[in-house]
Design a protein around this ligand. Structure first.
Ligand SMILES: *Cc1c(COP(=O)(O)O)cnc(C)c1O
Length: 368
């Protein structure tokens, strides 16, 4: 009877619950691969948004142990927690979201390097005591960054000579579309800036930028998603390993008869007998409701497609192919090597799946 649970090995273990398994060894290997690909450029790690949801407090130190000497986060608060997590290990921590004078004390306390994004921030920094900073120049994404012409003008006038400028950077808008004309245009415009700032290390490439080729890599690359096993360029093969998988328990098995429907709204109806596995994972955990069309979990070598709507704590999978093998309490796997397929089914990109992972998982770090 498929509805009977299998004998469990450890009767003292807690009830089966969703787990997030994060492979620090795979993260380190992805970083090492990025170093090979970027050389002779150095590789700084982007660990904003809690290392794309996976835990900057664990991933920062793991990357530092792999030789990473520079990190990027979005806010000074993120920088402060990273500094604490690094426990005295030396590393530069850059703050993408700009120099805000109200953060000056925080920056000094945690020894953080602001990334200046606008001319007024440069003036504010000049007016205070000398402090190391990076300069973000906009070369066409029109997101953050000081205007290229204004920066060129100041650089040619020697305005940075008495300042502690540690890095000049820009950000690519279309690196994940290798044929896009903006890639060449941004590289050329950035190259002109770096020529006007001799001796200042330069950084342009995110993960996809690293894959574009040597002319985009300059002195320092800034990958994020590739470290976390996501595809830099959608649909293209890449050398990075999956680093995160979800394991969620089968809570109940049920037989469906022709004409039975599944879940809220009865949006899925079967026309043949099927075995349904109700799994303890829902949109509260970051399994998008949109994943109902095309999303699946894995059990052993079976793919179990989602049937009907994803609810807050539960999702129902078609386990017909696994009948006889699968039992209540067994763990179904999501993400892992299927991360891009799950993102596509969810109508989004792997980045968003990662940062939306819920707070309910037991998080297990392996290979630390
Ligand atoms: C997030 C971010 C990165 C990292 O991008 P990936 O695509 O994850 O490699 C690099 N630079 C800037 C400015 C960013 O905002």
């Amino acid at each position: 009877m498929t509805s009977l649970r299998a004998e469990r090995d450890d009767p003292a273990a807690s009830a089966p619950h969703p787990r997030l398994i994060i492979d620090l060894a795979a993260i380190r290997r992805n970083y090492a691969r990025l170093k090979e690909l970027s050389a002779p450029a150095a590789v700084a790690a982007v660990v904003k948004a809690d290392a794309y949801g996976l835990g900057a407090g664990r991933i920062g130190p793991a990357l530092a142990a792999e030789g990473c000497g520079a990190f990027f986060v979005a806010t000074a608060a993120e920088g402060t927690s990273l500094r604490r997590a690094l426990k005295g290990v030396k590393a530069d921590i850059y703050i993408f979201n700009g120099y805000w004078p109200e953060d000056a004390a925080l920056l000094r306390e945690a020894n953080l390097i602001p990334v200046v994004n606008d001319m007024w921030q440069l003036e504010a920094l000049r007016a205070g005591a000398p402090w190391p900073f990076a300069l973000h120049v906009d070369t066409g994404i029109n997101r953050l960054g000081a205007p290229a012409e204004a920066v060129l003008e100041q650089a040619q006038a020697g305005a940075f000579e008495n300042m502690d400028l540690r890095l000049v950077m820009s950000h690519l808008a279309c690196a994940d579309e290798p044929g896009h004309s903006l890639n060449d245009a941004q590289r050329d415009s950035f190259a002109a800036i770096t020529t006007a700032l001799p001796g200042v290390p330069a950084s342009l490439a995110n993960s996809a930028g690293v894959m574009l080729g040597a002319p985009w890599r300059f002195d320092v690359t800034r990958p994020g998603i590739a470290i976390y096993g996501g595809a830099p360029v959608l649909g293209e093969a890449h050398p990075f390993e999956p680093v995160v998988r979800i394991e969620a328990p089968v809570l109940q098995l049920r037989r469906l008869k022709p004409g039975d429907s599944v879940g809220y709204g009865a949006t899925f109806e079967t026309d043949e007998p099927r075995l349904a596995a109700v799994v303890g994972l829902g949109y509260a955990d970051g399994l998008f409701r949109a994943a109902q069309s095309g999303g699946y979990g894995r059990f052993a070598n079976h793919r179990l497609p989602i049937m009907g709507r994803v609810s807050m704590d539960l999702v129902t999978l078609d386990a017909t192919g696994a009948e006889g093998d699968i039992h209540p309490g067994d763990m179904v796997t999501f993400m892992g090597e299927d991360i891009e397929a799950l993102a596509a089914a969810s109508g989004t990109i792997s980045y968003e799946l990662l940062v939306r992972l819920g707070a309910r998982f037991e998080r297990i770090y392996q290979g630390g």
